[in-house]
Design a protein around this ligand. Sequence first.
Ligand code: P6P
Length: 331
Amino acid sequence: MAQFEEGTTLDRFLLETTREHPEASGQFVTLLKQVALAGKLVSARVNRAGLAGMFGATGSMNIQGEYVQKMDLYANETFKGALEHAGVVCMMVSEEEEAPIFVPDRFRHGNYIFCMDPLDGSSNIDTNATIGTIFCVFRRCSGGDGRGDPSDALRSGREIVAAGYIVYGAGTVLVLSTGEGVHGFTLDPTVGEFFLSHSDIRLGEKTRSYSCNEAYSAQWDPRLRAWLDKVKEPSLGWSARYIGSLVGDFHRNLVKGGVFLYPPTAKTPNGKLRLLYEAFPLAYLVENAGGAASDGTMAILDKVPGSIHERTALFIGDRDNVEEIVRALRG
Ligand code: P6P
């Protein structure tokens, strides 16, 4: 893997890293550049949401039974619009759409399937909290033609070829892996370009920070509660951080270390977070950064979704802590 100095543009990084893959058709680079373009557009709108009448809900509910925020719709349309006419994807899956999105026939030669949560945490936007876009990419099924067959997206996480997120916070950062390390690019809005700012992000050793919604802990597996009670022992020096926005919580843990937990609860017995376009992308990133991600019984990336909106429990972060939680749950 070539080394890049801070300040390298995303475009140069993509061109130079995919040049090492002569089989790449160029579609891969185009796909990721279109994602970056959509991220710039969403970032600009998020930053002005309060001024552009983009706060609040639309009044409608999505497939998840959640009230759709105005920004959810904008982000969904922006990422779909950036990809469906680029000739790089044959199908897309979005948290905001009940069924997979099939691109117009004349563009269906695309080699990839794009799965996304266009704007995760958007219920936080009215409070100016960190939110983000999460995505992963699969190659199209050789057998399938990506037409009308949702099962083309129901693949093991081990078949992911790229994944990332764009975090819209104090700044806008695109964090990306194509299987060779995890790299972060910060948007300079004055020139509209992403520049390498976090080269080869590696998760530290066992860190002492956990991230969860403790209001639900009475509904957790007692063995998990016992683990949490243990780490609260003052001499261990643990701290807690929770934004309630998956991308914000995950990005902090990736950059500073920590473990994020969203266990099953009475209301969400199979977990709240979505496997295909939330847990998969973050699990791909965390494993490429030396960490781990589990549903409490198996590695997230070893799972195969039974449906495109399937939910999962999620324990993700530095490897030592995730493995300790899994051991605790095994009793
Ligand atoms: P809770 C946001 O609604 C979200 O889907 C994730 O971004 C976040 O991690 C989680 O839900 C927060 O859920 O139950 O703690 O509000």
